[in-house]
Design a protein around this ligand. Structure first.
Ligand code: MLT
Length: 324
């Protein structure tokens, strides 16, 4: 199969693909190069950071399989892909644990001012008396979006002795009872924001969620609370967050793994603030998660190639039978 790998994937998976298929790797490629390289490809493997839109798909007349080596579909024009009869395969499972664990790295980083302490110490300041932090245990954890990642964050929060509350897009009495049984109190978004000490966002980016945490929502947060967005840039309004963090009360500090503008050379508008932790969309980037995702990528591509080989073989057999 002719494959374009447009994002970094597990090296062992890439070796496997190369051993059986015709693989072109174009990680971080300029748009024009990507368009050129898509021309004869039958399969595309990608992650976040690459926009797979109508214009690009138009250049890919042979494309029949798209493998999203992860979860989010916000950088893929799904309607165009479906209209072209191209099959989409996502691999959302393995990244959930990694994303949930980075959420806690950020909670702890914020609550204990880990990066501030590190910077001060490197500058020769022994700031022991200025760096009183907060425990996670006993605090309320608010989760916006209780899908697979949000639910994993909830489980980890319970293990840290946090009280867990959360909200979902389509609440119902049944769902509320099911969450209650899992130790999660289901509330609406405003209640989650106003009752939580630590708020974490885990919804996909779409027309409904873009800007869902703006000035009005931030003003509902508890004084001294912490906000983590590890879902997608654009869900939290960056200008509103900048203004709120300058105030430094609601929330007191925030950590963002995702940004409105991502990529080499881009600097977040929040980069000048001391009460922010910024990471470059590394939620699902653990060796463990990427290894598991890589195994799935290889399985999906091989299966598609086998199917194509099988139908080619049976078509050949039919032709021979007719001709014989
Ligand atoms: C995902 O949606 O799976 C994550 O954002 C990871 C990624 O694609 O880089």
């Amino acid at each position: 199969m002719k494959i374009l790998v447009a994002s970094k994937i597990d090296p062992t998976a890439l070796d496997h693909l190369r051993s059986r298929h015709d693989v072109v790797v174009a990680i971080g490629a300029e748009r024009s190069e990507l368009e050129e390289r898509m021309a004869d490809r039958e399969a595309l493997v990608f992650r976040s950071g690459v926009a797979i839109d109508e214009a690009l798909l138009e250049r890919a007349g042979n494309l029949r399989l798209i493998v999203r080596a992860g979860s989010g579909l916000d950088n893929l024009d799904v309607r165009s892909v479906e209209a072209r009869g191209i099959s989409i395969r996502r691999i959302p499972g393995p990244g959930a644990r990694a994303v949930a664990e980075l959420t806690f790295a950020h909670f702890l980083g914020l609550a204990r001012q880990v990066l501030v302490a590190d910077r001060l110490l490197r500058e020769g300041h022994w700031a022991k008396n200025d760096l009183a932090g907060w425990n996670l245990g006993g605090k309320t954890l608010g989760i916006v979006g209780l899908g697979s990642i949000g639910s994993t964050v909830a489980r980890l929060g319970a293990a840290w002795d946090m009280q867990v509350v959360g909200c979902v897009e389509h609440p119902s009495r049944d769902r509320s009872a099911a969450f209650e049984a899992a130790g999660i109190r289901l509330l609406d978004l405003d209640e989650v924001l106003s009752e939580s000490d630590f708020v974490s966002i885990h919804v996909p980016l779409n027309a409904d969620t873009r800007g869902m945490i703006g000035a009005k929502q931030l003003a509902l947060m508890r004084p001294g609370s912490f906000l983590v967005n590890i879902a997608r840039g654009g869900i939290v309004d960056e200008a509103a967050l900048l203004a709120a963090l300058r105030d430094g009360e609601r929330p007191a500090a925030a950590a963002l793994d995702v940004h409105v503008s991502e990529g080499e050379g881009r600097i977040s508008p929040l980069a000048g603030l001391p009460n922010v932790i910024l990471t470059p969309h590394i939620g699902a980037t653990t060796v463990d998660a990427q290894r598991e995702i890589g195994v799935e990528v290889v399985r999906i591509v091989d299966e598609a190639a086998d199917l194509a080989d099988g139908s080619a073989t049976s078509a050949e057999a039919q032709t021979t039978a007719v001709g014989a």
